[in-house]
Design a protein around this ligand. Sequence first.
Ligand SMILES: [Ca+2]
Ligand SMILES: [Ca+2]
Length: 295
Amino acid sequence: MDILLNLGSTNKRLYGLSTAMKQQLLKMFFTFVFFLFLAPAAGAVSYSPAAGQEGSTAIHMDDPAFVSWASGYEDYIIGTDLDDVWQTPEYALGRAAGTSYDIVSLGRGGKITMTFDSPIENGEGWDFAVFENAFNDYNLELAYVEVSSNGFDFVRFDNISLTPDPVSGYGSIDTTLINGFAGKFIQGYGTPFNLSDISGKPEVQSGIVDLFRITHVRIVDIIGDGSFFDSESNVIYDPFPTVNSAGFDLDAIGVSNGAPYPEGGIIEGPSPLPPEQEGKAGFGGQSGCFINTLF
Ligand SMILES: [Ca+2]
Ligand SMILES: [Ca+2]
């Protein structure tokens, strides 16, 4: 009996060990499957996180890489829901200010073309960066970005928006679900663009757009109500509706690859800044926009 009991006990221990091993093997198997298939799939839809987070592509306005800034503008086409006070394109000239006021608003569906005395050249890595005035990392107003070397023929950067649902005026966008738009980061941080990313476009291949002599960058506001699409035909959502300074708010466009301006040659925007309209202008809660009617 003693022998049998001992055997039974041993069997139980063996059986227990075997179960643990089985569990361990199963765990290893699922871990293997996760890293082989699921993790890459998840990674494929994760773009740069917000400024300051690990892996973020955001470029601080004081980054020493900047050698020049937009020096002029043309074709400022004002969208809807935009007060006069935000319609001064000169505020988008020169260095980024990183503030809420040193900007030109496009209005809902508006656009502006910024020009560069010193052309942008496709060099190593990102070549220019676009600055918006978002008040936080999440209430982001987006715009398409297009470039031209003759002021007439433009090529748009590919972009993708995986934001699944409509976003209210105060709503949030997950930064890791959008790519290829201006307006991805908080004020003071630019969204970088690499001209190499559009080297395969027909206009570039045919020589109509010269990536080594980009003189115009066009910023086109996206109306985030579901009527605009990314380059893969996904619906783009961004905060909607916003009013009074609706649409993209452009602070500056900085150049990292191009001929540097001569010392002191950078054109600065006018001053003073647009006055805060007492009792009217201001920030709406968590909004990065001016939402006058709420004050
Ligand atoms: Ca480049
Ligand atoms: Ca500015």
